[in-house]
Design a protein around this ligand. Sequence first.
Ligand SMILES: [Zn+2]
Length: 331
Amino acid sequence: MSAALPTTRPPAEGSARTACPCGGDALGPSAYPTAREAERFALRPCLRCGRLVLDPQPDDAALAAAYDSAYYGIGARKFLQPIEAGLDRFRGGRARRLDALVPRAAGRTRRVLDIGCGDGGFLAAMAARGWECHGSERSPLTAQRAARRTGLAIETGTLAADAFAPGSLDAVSLWHVLEHLRDPDRMLRDCARWLAPGGVLMLAVPNVASWQARAFSGHWFHLDPPFHLFHFDPRSLARTLFDAGFDVGAVNHFSLQYNPYGVLQSLLNALGFPRDQLYDALKGNHSVWATPARLAQALVAALALPAAVAWSLLEAAASAGGTIDVRAHRR
Ligand SMILES: [Zn+2]
């Protein structure tokens, strides 16, 4: 037997076309079908950090076209008014939790940045608790909504690396934003630099290792191509956060706001209704009552709601929640 020579296995076809922003230079074979989008996108695991990478990554023009007015909802808000009122309760709860995490200090105002601040509901709740608030939004339309609501100057587009002085923030929120970013690792490193030592990062993402992701596969609501450029599970997220300078504290697997709806919309998608049509209706983009098929979706969703809540509780108990939120601290 001849001595083994060091060899370099050639990458599988197509495996190295898209590098991962973690610095990994190789992607494994497609791990996840994306159903309707399967012919256009694959999700490949980064062999270094373990996240799934949408491959190919849409270019800037394709993303700009995708983030159209239908994505953000028409008119003055993203979702129909009764839904926005309900969402504000969740945003208020998040503000209350963050407020409790960062102690007040005499003579000093606590500072928070909400990246991807949407309509500004969370920032409004933080301002009401006495925080100095900063926000950014990809979309000028949504930034205007947030500015109207909060009276703040909302940054539009990607924040510059020197947008905040080092150590000048007490908290940063990235609520269902990280998976949308072209370079989430760079954004996290910037956040770590802007935060004071011990500063809090509140972050939520879909969990690609959840029960609902595994059960519904390509029909899973939170896959959301081409908007979600990356998919994390608790392990790859923890690694990504650690590499950026954070220590992960609590990981929560239950979200009443996100997880039961993930089951419901995934179920509708799997039943063959047009993908995410009910979700679009909730944004007011078309009437849910407009056709018998749309009415049927609303009825199925209403009937399945108790089961979806039960599912979400069970998957959370098994540490496999459809979305996860993480509290991390800057080292
Ligand atoms: Zn990676």
